[in-house]
Design a protein around this ligand. Sequence first.
Ligand code: ADP
Length: 487
Amino acid sequence: MKVTTPFSRTTIRTRIMWTIVLVASVALATSGAAVWVLDLRSTHADIDDRLVLTRQELRRLADTGVDPVSGTALSDPVQVLQTYMGHSVLASGEGQLGIVDGAVRLVSAAGIDMRPEADAELVERLLTMAEAGLSTIKTVDTAAGRYRVLVVPVTDGTTTATLVRAVDLDAAEAVLWRTMRMYAAAAAVTMIMVAALAWLGIGRLLRPIWELRNATESIDERDLTTRVRVRSHDDLSALAAAVNRMLDRVQRAVEAQRELLDDVGHELRTPITVVRGHLELVDPEDPEDVRQTSDLALDELDRMSTLIDDLLDLARSSQSDFVTPEPTDVEALTLQVFDKASALGDRDWQLGGCATGMTMLDPARITQAWLQLAANAVKYSDDGTRVVIGSETYGAELFLWVEDDGIGIGPEDLERIRLRFARTAEATHHASGAGLGLSIVESIVAAHDGRLAISSEVGRGSVFTLRIPLRTADETWPAQQKEPDKR
Ligand code: ADP
């Protein structure tokens, strides 16, 4: 059972658009996340750099023991802390305090927003850290917020004063969050634009496919003339051109079929009319009349039977298994055909040449075509005249020919006689026939990628040549060379 999902019912345009939107969203989200991570890291690194600098400055002040502004000597760690806190400039989100003897003794001047002493939980943690007497930089989480804190003890052996510098991480990251919100808004607008442009662009790209669909839907057996408009030189236009070529072939095949049916109807009606006419007039009491009519009917039926065989051959010629090529010895084939042809009539049969070597062809079909040419040579020439059969390889081609000294064909008929049921007036006087023989020969050579060459002169004779490309079993077609003069 075929499962249809809502997605499978959507058009290819929608699908491609959503795919583009998805890919673009993933790209934007990935770059947003990368920016966020890098910015966060650099913000944290900046905070730590500032805290390390603070520690260095405080230690330097403690080591020199002199107020750099007033030049007065600093007698104990509390004074060092006081002086340092008094001179230091705090960035936004930064606060500080001083711990002496396990209690907060010094705080920032009024006007500084960030006040670590306001968060009791933070103060408690800071007191514990100060008690440890070690210089530390660490992150402290409390119920009121997240802080990056620096704890630096300054001691003279008896008194220890500890500087605490705290940075409000939530405030520092708030800037980042604002940037990311703006990025998200810009990304959303970009996505809407991408979707709109993709929708329009895909529509333009897919227009040949819609035209192809409309064209193919409007084509049926009665009207095969519609073609798809080929606009440019891209892949879809190549597809449209390929469909047009396919339609050309289908149209030709359907028209050929129709013509064949018309011709067949016409050709089969004639013998039926003839037989019917004679049967209606036959005198059953007159044995001679009955015998003559039955002879005539049998003759017409034979003709019909041959006609049907020929028509079936022609119909089969469009099937892929019409010829089955196999490696064939050309010399043996020539001698066989010559042998068989010699029995076709009382003529001066001559072997005009015999090619050697192997080539890929269907020996049965080529024999059929070659014998058809030999039979025509007999049909359109007089008893005892010369008929030459021969083969020859020239360059990349194999030539198989039949030459006669018969009635010949005028230049105006040379092309026409290749058509189905086409006959020359001269031939009609000379012998009966349906005019299908050469069509079958043409189908056979065409199936071998070859062609039928005809040269003829009225009253002097004709040469019919099957020209077939020489092929090895691994299907390499040699390049064409200049053809010989005569055939
Ligand atoms: P058919 O022989 O039944 O008429 P073909 O298709 O074999 O049908 O030949 C078509 C026409 O080509 C013939 O009617 C004849 O006019 C011409 N033709 C074919 N072979 C020869 C030939 N060897 N000499 C002269 N005319 C020929």
